[in-house]
Design a protein around this ligand. Structure first.
Ligand code: MG
Length: 255
């Protein structure tokens, strides 16, 4: 099932998405499918003419993972996923602009698979991970690369406004073991990787994070980018396509 959060100018609503790419229809539901059973209102709306929003607005946090590419596995020493937080104020939806801040001259796109948590959990054993995941969406882990290495740098290098586009839909049934993830800038592929090449899978990461932080319904986990990132410029359009989910597209603008 694909779930959209959308607006036609009023308060955000949710819908189940039917139809092929570019011709989707929204079957409107009551309430938020994250917390209540899906009940159709009977209203159907073509997706064209609506504004899609981030399919989830994280209630407490976006946890993002670094160092989850095959390249990061090279080398000696202790090795575990790096995690950091992106505030929910960094989240934007499909077609919302990514705003390049004046304090960075090198902002990169990182196309990633995002996991949406549906149930409160902590200290989760691996075999129970499927119980707490409500679905998956595409993410762009936007990064001010030139600010990342300064002390405490991730607070703005990763957490600035508009630095966490999510969408277009939440997909509830998905085998994430080997999905192709591609990022395009103005139509040109700048990242092309697969989740199957990533050292840690979704279950590893949810377990790992839950050992330190309670995860709440609506929290989002970005699983890391499998291949090197690419710089973006104002005026470009960036697209993150995750196989089985769809394409998240955002214009890049300067503040
Ligand atoms: Mg990343």
């Amino acid at each position: 099932m694909r779930i959209a959060r959308f607006t036609t100018g009023d308060d955000p609503r949710f819908a189940v998405v039917d139809g092929e790419t570019g011709q989707e229809t929204l079957a409107v539901v009551t309430g938020d499918p994250l917390v209540s059973a899906v009940r159709f209102t009977g209203e159907r709306i073509p997706v064209e003419g609506t504004r899609l929003l981030s399919p989830v607005l994280p209630r407490s946090k976006v946890v993002a993972i670094g160092g989850n590419s095959a390249r990061d596995r090279d080398g000696e020493g202790p090795w575990e996923p790096q995690a950091f937080l992106k505030p929910n104020t960094s989240v934007v939806g499909p077609d919302d602009p990514i705003v390049l801040p004046p304090w960075s001259s090198e902002v990169h796109c990182e196309g990633e698979l995002a996991v949406v948590i549906g149930r409160i959990c902590r200290d989760l054993p691996r075999h129970r991970v499927p119980e707490v995941i409500v679905g998956y969406t595409c993410a762009n882990d936007v990064t001010a690369r030139d600010r990342q290495e300064e002390p405490g740098g991730s607070w703005r290098a990763k957490g600035a406004d508009t630095f966490c586009p999510l969408g277009p839909f939440l997909v509830t049934d998905l085998d994430t073991s080997d999905l192709r993830i591609r990022t395009r800038l103005d139509g040109n592929i700048v990242q092309d990787g697969r989740t199957g090449s990533m050292p840690w899978d979704v279950a590893d990461l949810v377990c790992h994070v839950s050992m330190a932080m309670t995860l709440l319904p609506g929290d989002v986990l970005l699983t890391g980018t499998p291949v090197p990132s690419a710089p973006m410029s104002a005026g470009q359009r960036v697209e993150v396509e995750v196989e089985g989910i769809g394409t998240l597209s955002n214009p890049v603008v300067v503040r």
